[in-house]
Design a protein around this ligand. Structure first.
Ligand SMILES: [Zn+2]
Length: 98
């Protein structure tokens, strides 16, 4: 068996497992609520179990994606703060040199 055939067989297996597992996947909106600690009771337990015990690759990927997007959303504020710090530091350096 060459590596192409192995790849094809492997991706077929992963795909079929995915399809089977995804029947019970929570909706991405639910994952987002979970990420923002907006779930409680049975819904939270269900998502906890799904992500941690079942280790669903699809939903874990979605959560990672949502988390990354969240970080990106916070980015401009941080960048802005850093820019202002750099500018004021540069200004202070110019003043102390003058
Ligand atoms: Zn899932």
């Amino acid at each position: 068996m060459n590596s192409d055939e192995i790849d094809a067989k492997l991706s077929f297996t992963v795909a079929s497992v995915w399809r089977r597992e995804r029947i019970s996947c929570p909706h991405p909106h639910l994952l987002q609520s979970w990420l923002q600690a907006g779930l409680s009771g049975g819904a939270k337990e269900f998502v906890d179990f799904h992500l941690r015990e079942s280790q669903c690759p699809y939903c874990n990927a979605v959560v990672e994606e949502l988390r990354a997007r969240d970080d990106q959303a916070k980015q401009p504020v941080l960048e802005d703060l850093r820019d202002r710090l750099l500018r004021s530091t540069a200004a202070a350096l110019r003043r102390s040199r003058a």
